[in-house]
Design a protein. Structure first.
Ligand SMILES: [Zn+2]
Length: 456
């Protein structure tokens, strides 16, 4: 029987601002209604969730399926606004003994030409599907595009990425940004970027603070972006040195070219080391230019601050100040198990937790803000339409085995279910086996309390 309508009852929607229970109806892959219930609904029509099950469904009537979430959280799908799928899981092959950004760049630059297309595809698929399994329904990945290497090497990654994007398109949306690695962009390099745009990549990525001619490069990138009406995403000031202030140049050029709202600046590490007045003026420039920002706490806590002795910088940007100025700031994964960052698994809850630690965000309001930095804010940063829990939007969402925001970041629930356009794509459930008798039983230890013990 074809299921065209699904009801998700007794769901908690923390981003709604209410702690009550909701009923969410999805029809043909989009939200049809989202309504606050008057309380928890129990019905013989709903199959009670068995003790050892995370999700239970009942089929009632013609083509209608009911999911009783029993007080669990439903969030719009996580959006990972800054990844490097093509590098993910390359660490066993491309090591980094010192752990520095410089050695990572050097070693990856050497290995880059020897990594075949199927190898790239396999690791991209693995990273994207893992992210999806943790609840990410859309992501943006940068792609190495080392225009100093030969053409075949550059386009090998582009073709691999285009094929993976197509292969996974019904399950996860992937945006592609060739990341021009260069000392300065000349006509040949720009021609190659243009060719990648014609092939179908989403936008242009660059690292102007590593360029010998940043202003000229940024000009050329804006000219090309305008020609193809595509967004731009800069790795910006990923450096401890507070005199590195490329963000000011990017803000000025964004205004000059009238490109407000289409420019993303990621990292912004040097901002953390600047004098407060200078940092405030940089943030004001970002706001005036309509820049959108991404912080990458995992990779930057690992890579930055290595020259510091005594008080060691945390590596991430000024999260609170940027947000207080009204600049949208997402949090994202960056690298996964590669020479730039040996850890990570593409799990936005892990990244959210690291954001909380690194930026001192822990109050209930702060934790809610972290959730926004994993969902609504990155959706706006990467320009998604029809995202979020509103009627008519695409039903991309994740169900978590947690009943409050605090439980998400305390228990880091392994039990999750990811839905794309209303279709269950992946569900996971953690099993426990005790070899000894435990007092109180399994529920007392592992079941989060408010589901079972408290009523609304
Ligand atoms: Zn990056």
């Amino acid at each position: 029987m074809k299921v065209s309508e699904q009801h998700f009852v007794n769901a908690r929607l923390p981003l709604s601002g209410s702690t009550g229970y909701y009923k969410v109806i999805v029809k043909n892959g989009v939200y049809d209604s989202i309504d606050l219930q008057s309380g928890k609904v129990e019905s013989p029509a709903y199959r009670a969730i068995p003790r050892d099950a995370f999700l239970a469904e009942s089929v009632i009537g013609e083509g209608t399926k009911i999911w009783d979430l029993n007080g669990r959280i439903l969030l719009p799908g996580f959006i990972d606004a800054h990844m490097h799928l093509d590098k993910a899981f390359s660490l066993p092959r491309v090591p980094n003994q010192s752990g520095t950004l410089l050695e990572a760049l050097r070693n990856f630059g050497v290995a880059y030409g020897e990594i075949g297309k199927e190898d790239i595809k396999m690791r991209m698929r693995k990273a994207a599907l893992r992210a999806l399994s943790y609840g990410t329904t859309s992501l943006r990945t940068h792609l190495d595009f080392n225009v100093r290497k030969d053409r075949d090497v550059c386009f090998r990654t582009i073709y691999a990425a285009l094929e993976i994007k197509e292969e996974l398109k019904d399950w996860i949306d992937i945006q592609l940004f060739p990341l021009t690695m260069h000392e300065s962009l000349g006509p040949k390099e720009l021609e190659m970027v243009e060719e990648a745009l014609i092939l179908g990549v989403t936008g242009i990525g660059a690292i102007p603070h590593l360029s010998l001619t940043p202003e000229q490069d940024v000009d050329r990138i804006f000219e090309l972006a305008i020609k193809y009406d595509c967004p731009v995403d800069f790795h910006t000031d990923e450096d401890d040195d507070p005199s590195v202030q490329t963000v000011a140049l990017i803000a000025d050029k964004t205004e000059q070219y009238g490109y407000q709202g289409k420019v993303v600046v990621g990292h912004l590490c040097s901002l953390a080391g600047m004098d407060h007045d200078i940092a405030a003026s940089m943030i004001a420039k970002m706001k005036n230019a309509g820049l959108k920002a991404v912080t990458l706490p995992a990779a930057n806590m690992y890579l930055q601050g290595r020259g510091d002795r005594g008080i060691v910088r945390r590596g991430i940007t000024r999260v609170r100040e940027i947000q207080e100025a009204g600049v949208p700031l997402a949090t994202a994964s960056d690298n996964i198990h590669d020479p730039f960052h040996p850890f990570g698994r593409g799990d936005m809850i892990q990244i959210g937790l690291l954001t909380g630690y690194a930026a001192h965000l822990g109050s209930p309001a702060d934790q809610l803000q972290i959730l926004r930095m994993m969902t609504e804010i990155p959706a706006s940063v990467i320009g998604l339409d029809r995202y979020g829990l509103s009627r008519g939007n695409q039903a991309d969402f994740v169900v978590l085995d947690a009943c409050s925001v605090e439980e998400i970041f305390t228990f880091l629930p392994e039990n999750r279910a990811t839905f794309k356009r209303g279709r269950l794509i992946h569900a996971s459930r953690l099993d426990h086996t005790w070899g000894v008798p435990i007092g109180g039983g399994e529920d007392e230890v592992f079941r989060n309390p408010c589901c079972c013990r408290f009523t609304q």
